[in-house]
Design a protein around this ligand. Structure first.
Ligand code: OAD
Length: 250
């Protein structure tokens, strides 16, 4: 793949890189994305599954759905894009990986520090006392998990529609976007705010913003460069180019 001279220059020299990933980075691992004809939201209603009122109305259904998604995620592996991003972290001095994904695949790929804006399906907490217990799940008879300390209803530690993002993670993501030289927006439709505003924040702070996606998105007209194609091909290629260009530099 041929990159613009500016991108080549940044792959060689950038000391501060920030990356935002979305469901598309995990698509080639076999995790369904949300939007598009095969996306989860084409078949299921987010208002029935991904908001707190829906959860209170029907916790069994919501827990069943998350237990199913967890099972799918446990059956798949990180792909070449996740692995390349983990390696990039060890090359770039100031590297920040921000993800909207709850699938834990970046950490499984070896990324050390991940800002999880929408939570992580592997964690759960009590809606009454806030205690975390990551071992809970629905039982065979569909009974929803209860807190072993106070008996409150447990919920997955994921951000639902209408809920706030974890403040500290979001602040750190905004800071990283604001100070980076190169920003990569990978596999996200960039329509769900506030996460979708992060690439634009980077751009307005002077970063060179590159989108990696199989198609054009809402933010394509506002990025500096679009690399169109699958993440598991493009991201390892970017890493290879970065390593080639930095060969011999300490
Ligand atoms: P979407 O499903 O909205 O978008 C996935 C993006 O990945 C699309 O733009 C696809 O074109 C692209 N894509 C698909 N396969 C790809 C591949 N192999 N390589 C590169 N790109 C590929 O997912 P998100 O943008 O992550 O939030 O969605 C954002 C949020 O909306 C999610 O975190 C979730 C959802 O509703 C909550 O649940 C709160």
């Amino acid at each position: 793949m041929k990159y613009s001279p500016r991108l080549d220059e940044l792959l060689r020299t950038a000391e501060s890189v920030c990356v935002l990933t979305g469901a598309g980075v995990s698509a080639e691992s076999g995790v369904a994305t949300f939007r598009g004809p095969d996306g989860l939201w084409a078949k299921l209603k987010p208002e029935e599954l991904a908001n707190f009122d829906a959860f209170l109305r029907n916790p069994e259904l919501v827990w069943e759905w998350y237990a199913y998604r967890k099972k799918v995620i446990h059956e798949v592996s990180p792909n070449a894009a996740h692995i390349a991003l983990a390696e990039m972290e060890s090359i770039v001095r100031d590297f920040t990986l921000v993800t909207q994904n709850i699938d834990n695949l970046h950490l499984r790929a070896g990324s050390k520090r991940v800002l999880e804006l929408h939570g992580n399906i592997e964690r759960s907490y009590c809606t009454a006392c806030g205690r975390f217990d990551n071992t809970v799940t629905v039982t065979e008879d569909r009974r929803v998990p209860r807190c072993s300390q106070c008996g409150g209803l447990m919920r997955p530690d994921v951000v639902w529609f209408g809920e706030m993002l974890p403040q500290e993670e979001f602040d750190q993501a905004e800071e990283a976007a604001g100070r980076c030289e190169l920003f990569l927006s990978i596999g996200t439709s960039a329509v769900v705010y506030p996460a979708a505003g992060i690439p634009l924040r980077a751009r307005s702070s002077g970063a060179y913003v590159v989108e990696v996606n199989t198609e054009h998105t809402d933010i394509s007209p506002r990025v500096n460069e679009s690399l169109v194609g699958p993440a598991a091909t493009i991201v390892p290629a970017l890493l290879a180019r970065m390593k080639e260009l930095r060969k011999g530099t300490p």
